[in-house]
Design a protein. Structure first.
Length: 355
């Protein structure tokens, strides 16, 4: 049996078992049975659409992969104490076998779907996909411009609001880091000019300053009774300091040897944009109370909150691997067919050919 047929069948089984289990949860009172549960309807519709209509396409595999990973949350949440156990009411009910059986079935089909979908995505890698779409295409250019603007607004407001609270508030440094990574990623794909050199010098000063602040914070957190500072463990302080030192080293290389070409230039753009996204995603998903105010209960579990962050790193490492051998970039064609320099990052039309 072909992998695509197997993936479609396992994805459909995951949807079927998931609907059975959701209905069982509502009947048993584990879910409120209110309008909030209707949010599952559009999720299942998108899941079905990806399984049946987009099965041969990349987005279909992405939807089925996310559906498979989402299915794994259900047995994990229940096995960690929600409704399962010797002392629970389910242990003495007549439907305990069906309840536990659907948990196992959801876990098995969900994991199998995720594996097959990931394998299918790998086999479809000839298509070029900001992180999932064609690089240099219209969607990438527009989404990239939107991402840059939104991250600059996010970093600026976070730094200003944190500064109003305290000059040493963590949001001040987090906002400055976000601005630093977005700006340096932006100028990495801009033509070299006098103002880009000035920005690189200013960025180097910011990177060194943030690294020193994080090293000092890590030492202070390490010597504290709880091993943390303002709720942030000392390991994270040292990790961020290491990243800032790595980034500062890259800035020094740019100032000394000039902007690299080809793959190294794209890699500099990629990892800095992705790390800015990691800061934003980590600031939100690392705190359960924040997630609970916006997303339903299943999304507040530790695995679901960690999933977006892992996806960011997964996409980053994938594209870094894809551009590792690239030495030169194809010239950008103007309307008359002649090469020209890109006017801004939002209009970059780089050719990402097959490996």
């Amino acid at each position: 049996m072909k992998d695509k047929v197997t993936l479609t069948i396992t994805s459909l089984l995951s949807i079927l078992f998931f609907t059975f289990h959701l209905a069982d949860d509502i009947v048993r009172g584990m879910e409120p049975g209110k309008l909030t549960n209707l949010t599952a309807v559009p999720i299942f519709v998108v899941w079905l659409y990806g399984t049946l209509v987009l099965a041969e396409r990349r987005w279909g595999h992405i939807i089925m992969l996310l559906g498979g990973l989402f299915s794994l949350v259900v047995p994990i949440a229940h096995m960690r104490g929600k409704g399962v156990g010797v002392t629970s009411s389910i242990a003495n009910s007549s439907g305990v076998f069906f309840f536990v059986w659907t948990l196992i079935a959801i876990g098995v089909t969900g994991l199998f779907s995720a594996i097959l979908a990931a394998r299918g995505l790998w086999s479809l890698r000839s298509g070029q996909f900001a992180l999932l779409v064609k690089k240099g295409g219209t969607i990438h250019r527009r989404s990239g411009l939107l991402f840059v603007c939104s991250m600059l607004v996010l970093g600026t407001t976070a730094a200003l609001l944190g500064f109003r609270k305290s000059p040493t508030d963590g949001n001040v440094f987090g906002g400055l880091m976000t601005i630093y990574f977005v700006v340096t990623a932006l100028i990495a794909v801009r033509p070299v000019s006098a103002w880009t050199r000035r920005i690189n010098i200013a960025a180097l000063i910011v990177a060194v300053g943030l690294a020193l602040v994080d090293i000092a914070g890590g030492v202070k957190a390490f010597n504290s009774p709880r091993g943390s500072l303002n709720g942030v463990p000392f390991v994270m302080h040292f990790f961020i300091a290491g990243v800032m030192i790595l980034a500062a080293t890259g800035d020094v290389r740019i100032m000394r040897f000039g902007v690299p070409r080809g793959g190294p230039r794209l890699a500099r753009h990629l990892w800095r944009m992705c790390f800015a996204l990691f800061i934003a995603a980590g600031s939100f998903f690392s705190i359960r109370e924040r997630v609970a105010k916006i997303l339903p209960g299943p999304f507040t579990t530790a695995p679901m909150r960690a999933l977006p962050i892992l996806l960011v790193f997964g996409a980053m490492f994938y594209w870094l691997w894809r551009v590792r051998r690239r030495r030169t970039l194809a010239p950008i064609k103007g309307k008359g067919g002649s090469p020209r320099e890109p006017p801004c990052v939002a209009n970059i039309n780089v050719s990402w050919s097959k490996d």
